[in-house]
Ligand binder design. Structure first.
Ligand code: FES
Length: 105
């Protein structure tokens, strides 16, 4: 599916990310800035913080307890906050839009 990344600098980048990869993978593999992903996707660093728009949020399952715990203590967390490494894409998805949080370092 197509993932549109809105970056903190105001630019938007649309990339095709293979099904089975995460929103974090799509950013890192296309060398987009903003998603640091220090822990490599093991849900422990929270440097892959993104905001997921309403229509896109429904496509993903609810966050795990582990993810919720990390989000709770994050700077700039909102109700639409997610960790991009926990957002797995599948082939049936409509284009997804995420806004990359400023605080990822
Ligand atoms: Fe570390 Fe997502 S990459 S929590």
């Amino acid at each position: 599916p197509t993932v549109v990344y809105r970056l903190p600098d105001g630019t938007a980048h649309s990339v095709d990310v293979p099904a089975g990869q995460t929103v974090m993978d799509g950013s890192v593999r296309n060398n987009l800035p903003g998603i640091v992903a220090e822990c490599g996707g093991s849900c422990s660093c929270a440097t892959c913080h993104v905001y997921v728009e309403d229509e896109s949020a429904a496509a993903f399952g609810e966050p795990s307890m582990e993810e919720q715990d990390l989000l709770e203590f994050l700077d700039g967390a909102r109700s639409c906050s997610r960790l991009a490494c926990q957002l797995v894409l599948n082939a049936e998805m409509e284009p997804i839009t995420v806004t990359v949080a400023q605080s990822n370092g």
